[in-house]
Design a binder for this molecule. Structure first.
Ligand SMILES: [Zn+2]
Ligand SMILES: [Zn+2]
Ligand SMILES: [Zn+2]
Length: 260
């Protein structure tokens, strides 16, 4: 659908970039924007209410005549909410992917007033749209299996270097990594996650993850192993990002660029 396209203000010293990119992602996701608009009931936190502040910026996106909007209300609500943890404080830089997932989780808590757990409820938009329902299990060649563990992930984190190296490996193997982004993500996300066989046969095996649902939005959070990655590494990461993600390839998934 045609959606209002506006910028968000980031004056020198504000360091709003992490928040602004998270807001832009949420606003441009049709499934989130449309459903969030319809939500009203929530347990309000007053001046530090992230839910109300997100509503406010969405209303500005829709009705404001300005080309660039101030994210001030949400910036302060975040700062106030996370004061004790010294996270997302005014004027300081912070992490965009973490901010994105915190906004989703906070919406969950504001909606699911009666149940302060991560349990998905049918009316919870964040869980409905972003929740990846995964089952994790070790299956060894010797026949032994571990107890399956079921959990829900809103953002699936993958290491940037694992993603780059797997993309290169895929290109070497197949001449191209086109259409293989899902496989790159799957392999990259289980990097280094080796476990001992559940019946101690001595084998080291990879944890197998199976995706049980078909979420509207699959969010992949990319974790840099350095605070100052080199330009060549950033370029090769951008090349590694595919524009098609086959869920059957991924099995276990999740970039702050979000696909719907
Ligand atoms: Zn509120
Ligand atoms: Zn929820
Ligand atoms: Zn075994």
């Amino acid at each position: 659908s045609v959606v209002a396209n506006k910028g968000l203000l980031n004056k020198p010293g504000d360091n709003n970039c992490f928040l602004n990119s998270a807001i832009q992602v949420l606003w441009h996701l049709d499934v989130f924007r449309k459903n969030f608009r319809q939500l009203n009931g929530h347990s309000c936190m007053g001046a530090s209410c992230i839910f109300c502040a997100l509503k406010d910026i969405f209303q500005q996106f829709q009705y404001s005549k300005d080309e660039a909007l101030p994210p001030t209300l949400l910036r302060s609500a975040l700062a106030e909410t996370f004061q004790q943890q010294s996270r997302f404080q005014l004027g300081l830089m912070d992490d965009a992917a973490e901010c994105f997932s915190i906004l989703i989780y906070k919406c969950h808590f504001f909606i699911v007033i009666t149940d302060l757990t991560y349990a998905p409820l049918p009316h919870c938009i964040p869980h409905q749209k972003f929740g990846l329902s995964l089952v994790e299990q070790c299956v060894c060649q010797c026949g032994a299996t571990s107890e399956p563990l079921t959990f829900i992930e809103m953002v699936h984190y993958v290491s940037a270097s694992a993603l780059r190296e797997e993309d290169v490996a895929m290109r070497i193997r197949y001449g191209t990594s086109d259409q293989k982004f899902g496989r790159v993500v799957r392999v990259a996300s289980s990097w280094g996650d080796m476990r001992s066989c559940p019946s101690d046969c001595g084998a080291q095996i990879e944890m197998r993850k199976v995706l049980m649902n078909c979420p509207d939005v699959v969010s992949i959070g990319i974790v840099w192993d350095s605070a100052e990655p080199q330009v060549k590494d950033i370029i090769s990461l951008v090349h590694a990002l595919g524009t098609t993600l086959k869920l059957t390839d991924v099995s276990s998934i999740s970039y702050l660029v979000v696909k719907s």
